[in-house]
Design a protein around this ligand. Structure first.
Ligand code: GLU
Length: 305
């Protein structure tokens, strides 16, 4: 009974972020804390910016705005307000400051939600100009897309219910059910390195979290930055355990071969880190989950691609 009420309360709180109706009686939690629009930095638009050597930028110029892929259910990183349709979070701020650096007003960006498994295809068939959504740079993906950055360093971790006492790290997953998103690096790592875990996948982590709260799975695994956000929304129900067990450098995905765009974004990230925009954006978004601003990672302007 107590368990049902707690789970209901947690689900009601999570409803705000995943926009799913949950019938749990009249109990509810106050809306989770987030930055008001006025507290977010304003990014100065670079006037007269030109990048004719980038086919992606040229297409956006003719269209009049950038179309950017993102996540919509990752607290403090990429969230979509179900009422207004507005996106917010650290990744969204990165996308907006990049837009300003490419000569487009940040408020003109058209965001599209793209799940982890569909990112490469979306970039390959021109559905989006670039992608900012907890997207790990790795060699396998570099065969399909390009990456600017990294702009943040995360690490794979585990989220469990607060009443779970036996899971402290990936070695404790043998015989337990763990959930991750299809097409993600954390899913792949459990599959190859911890084959005794019972691994299940969904399109999004928020569905995994729902399944955790309702005792369908024992743990959710993905990057610590994502899991900390879910735990911060319902700290009585969920906790992040153990130490991060991978390195997940976040990059901005671009169509493969458009190196003009990739290097322009590398320049833009460097400039926004130098002028303080990166830190201001972090503090107004991901920093609200309680983790102080780390130093931003060094940009890897790799050749080829
Ligand atoms: N950073 C990891 C990845 O790119 C996990 C987060 C995500 O799925 O977006 O696969």
């Amino acid at each position: 009974m107590i368990r049902t009420t707690r789970v209901c309360r947690a689900l009601v709180a999570l409803t705000a972020l995943i926009a799913t109706a949950v019938a749990c009686g009249k109990e509810g939690s106050p809306p989770a804390k987030g930055p008001a629009a006025g507290e977010l930095p304003d990014y100065q638009v670079v006037q007269g910016f030109q990048l004719p050597s980038s086919p992606t930028w040229e297409r956006a110029r003719k269209r009049g705005h950038l179309t950017v892929g993102a996540k919509e259910d990752q607290p403090y990183l990429g969230e979509k307000d179900p009422a207004s349709g507005a996106y917010s979070g650290f990744d969204i701020e990165i996308a907006k400051m990049m837009s300003a650096s490419l000569g487009f007003a940040p408020r003109s960006v058209h965001f599209r939600t793209i799940a982890s498994a569909n990112r490469e295809t979306a970039l390959q068939n021109g559905q989006i100009d670039y992608y900012v959504g907890t997207y790990t740079i790795n060699d396998l993906r570099k065969k399909l897309v390009g990456f600017a950055g990294p702009y943040y360093m995360a690490g794979q971790s585990l989220l469990v219910r607060t009443d779970e006492n036996d899971i402290h790290g990936p070695q404790d997953l043998a015989g337990r059910t763990v959930c991750s998103a299809a097409g993600s690096t954390p899913y792949q790592r459990i599959k190859s390195d911890y084959p005794k875990a019972k691994l299940v996948s969904y399109d999004t982590y928020s569905v995994c979290v729902d399944n955790l709260l309702t005792y369908q799975v024992d743990a959710v695994t993905t990057d610590d930055a994502i899991l900390i956000g879910y735990a911060a929304k319902v700290p009585d129900e969920l906790k992040v355990v153990g130490k991060p067990f991978s390195e997940e450098p976040y990059g901005i995905g671009v169509p493969r071969g458009d190196n003009a765009l990739r290097f322009a974004l590398d320049d833009a990230l460097e400039a926004r880190e130098k002028n303080g925009d990166w830190k201001r954006a972090y503090e107004a978004t991901l920093g609200l989950s309680g983790v102080p601003a780390p130093t931003s990672p060094k940009i890897d302007r790799y050749q080829g691609g």
